[in-house]
Design a protein around this ligand. Structure first.
Ligand code: P53
Length: 476
């Protein structure tokens, strides 16, 4: 007995824009991911004004899952996956986002994909919006700064809930909705919410407004799902990087608490249907006057999520500084390096114990079932002459995290639905647009410049994870 319950959802996770390619196939529209060039560690991706000639847009082809999904699902079946988390590209269903009628070719693609999964006994787990909203909604409406987006999103949600209700039970609304707490940078506001800030604009209230509309849209989607089919389970999706105080100095502790407030209040609204008091007080202090109606508050209260999906890659650390008397959190300035943990080549702090801590943190706060829907190690892999990839570092990362996850379940008693490691097949990095930052158990022959055969092969971690699933987490 390993401690994981029968039916524990072992699987893997991806997002449509990072692997499908086929960016113009089947009537698909242009998404925000289609106008982002490739960057690198320390080199941000550029958001261009539409698709421009001569630029490298890595998501256009990605790993061509659109044409190769049968082979890939076959490999997931060989791994023993119980579930497969992907997203529905909004632009395949509503190419512009504001149409009244959906695009049948896009709907058919996901019917075929889900049938292929189900044929192998793999349960699809679906994110509605994973960094790939229609670009037209950015250009015409200013993205989620516009209340109209609520209707567009709810329409999209109802169409897919209705169509796939007998194929997909587990859903999530907005991927890592809280990444935009980092509003000082351009990346998360654009990928989360289609926000392009104008020079000199006070960014912070715009972020809160956009997040509010998304939270209302999410709640309305939860209510719609229940009306369509009460068996549907709809969760939220939070990027969990727990923020530790650098020292036990009381002000460092307060700084860490404030930072947690600013990054994780989204969960309070999703789960409890209410804004936490600390945030309302913060809006007051900052003089933010947001468009939050009585109707919105009722919708939030009615559409609370069924479970908490979250990603976990790393922990953060912070400290109080003298130039910040209110101990306000600014993600571009407030984070410090944790001297007790190692870092990946991309500077992500490796902290398996932080996963156990996060599981307990969520459980203590919310007592809702938890689902680890992303975890993994982005690294440079070297393919040997014989085609093998000896990614022992990835096995070490995953086994250490699964061991801590097991303690949270067995020793601490948190309720955990499943575990889907990120990028179970190599794909385009969201943050950098690179292929070189690989997470996969399956290697894909393609480089940053787009060269390669796109052939798939099993890494060492493939065989290891297969055994983990086969023993329900007994053998790590
Ligand atoms: P990449 C930042 C911090 C934590 C998770 O990320 C993040 C990000 C955004 O980069 O994103 C999630 O590809 C996201 C996935 C993404 C994955 O983590 O930048 O949900 O789409 O690919 C890994 O290494």
């Amino acid at each position: 007995m390993s401690g994981f319950k029968e039916g524990f959802l072992w699987g893997g996770a991806v997002a449509a824009h990072q692997l499908e390619g086929g960016w113009k196939e089947g009537g698909k529209g242009v998404s925000v991911a289609d106008v982002m060039t490739a960057g690198a560690h320390g080199v941000p991706r550029v958001i261009t004004d539409g698709v421009l000639p001569g630029k490298n847009y890595p998501n256009h082809e990605a790993i061509d899952f659109y044409h190769r999904y049968k082979e890939d699902i076959g490999l997931f079946a060989e791994l023993g996956f119980k579930c497969f988390r992907t997203s529905i590209a909004w632009t395949r269903i509503f190419p512009l986002g504001d149409e009244l009628e959906p695009n049948e070719a896009g709907l058919q693609f996901y019917d075929d994909l889900f049938d292929e999964c189900l044929k192998h006994g793999i349960e699809p787990v679906i994110t509605l919006s994973h960094f790939e909203m229609p670009y037209h909604l950015v250009v015409e409406y200013g993205g989620w700064r516009n209340r109209k987006l609520i209707d567009f999103f709810v329409r999209f949600s109802k169409v897919v809930f209705t169509r796939y209700q007998h194929k997909v039970k587990y859903w999530m609304t907005f991927n890592e909705i809280n990444n935009q707490a980092n509003y000082h940078e351009d990346f998360a506001p654009f990928t989360n919410s289609g926000l392009k800030y104008v020079e000199g604009e006070d960014r912070e209230p715009v972020m809160y407004q956009a997040a509010h509309y998304e939270l209302v849209a999410s709640a309305l989607a939860v209510s719609a799902a229940k009306a369509i089919n009460p068996d549907l389970q709809v969760g939220c999706m939070i990027a969990m990087c727990p923020i530790y105080p650098l020292t036990c100095a009381p002000r460092d502790m307060m700084m860490a608490m404030n930072a947690m407030h600013r990054r994780y209040w989204f969960t309070d609204v999703h789960v409890r249907g209410e804004y936490p008091q600390h945030l309302l007080k913060y809006f007051e202090r900052r003089g933010f006057e947001l468009d939050i109606t009585e109707g919105d508050l009722a919708a939030l209260k009615q559409g609370c999520v069924d479970y908490i999906g979250f990603s976990y890659y790393m922990s953060f650390a912070t400290k109080a500084t003298d130039d910040n008397p209110q101990l306000d959190y600014d993600e571009t300035k407030s984070l410090v390096s944790n001297p007790y943990v190692q870092k990946s080549d991309w500077g992500w702090q490796i902290d398996p114990v932080g996963l156990r801590y996060s599981l307990n943190w969520f459980w203590d706060h919310y007592q809702l079932p938890l689902f680890i829907v992303e975890n993994g190690f982005g690294a440079i892999d070297v393919q040997e002459r014989d085609g093998t990839v000896n990614d022992q570092y990835r096995i070490d990362y995953m086994s250490a995290h699964i061991a801590e996850m097991k303690k949270a379940v067995v020793e601490d008693g948190v309720e955990l639905m499943g575990y889907t490691p990120w990028g179970c097949i190599d794909l385009v990095s969201a943050g950098t647009g690179e292929m070189k930052k690989r997470y996969g158990l399956i290697y894909v022959d393609k480089d940053n410049e787009g060269n390669g055969t796109l052939n798939r092969s099993r890494k060492q971690s493939f065989n290891w994870y297969k055994e983990v699933i086969a023993t329900n987490g007994e053998k790590l």
